[in-house]
Design a binder for this molecule. Sequence first.
Ligand code: HEC
Length: 102
Amino acid sequence: MCVPAAAALMALAHVSIAQDLKHGEALLSRDCATCHAIGRNGDSPNKLAPPFRTLGQRYPVESLEEALGEGILAGHPDMPEFKFDAGDVGAIIAYLKSIQRR
Ligand code: HEC
């Protein structure tokens, strides 16, 4: 591959990562933010719901991939069932990774 093409591809990949993060954030803010804190700061509106930035302290956030895609998120009192397509799951995981606190 010639160098300018490679550079263009890398630039594209960069844009799509930023878009993924935005998309993931938008989905979580639409479906989850009524109960969970979805940002880098702040408390969850529902005190029982863990802030998403702390999920990585208990397990790798990638392990949520299947739960999000299959629509099985266990242990969710009052939570409607959510199911996301593969692209949305990728965006959500990318966003969750970006906000984790260790
Ligand atoms: C109606 C309120 C509500 C909504 C909406 C909600 N959750 Fe939750 N969620 C909770 C509560 C409450 C808990 C804690 C449940 C428990 O510990 O028994 C929880 C826990 C979780 C956990 C931790 C589960 C575990 O065992 O570690 C994850 C992950 C999670 N929610 C993801 C999501 C995602 C993703 C969305 C949006 C698609 C979402 N939640 C929307 C209330 C909600």
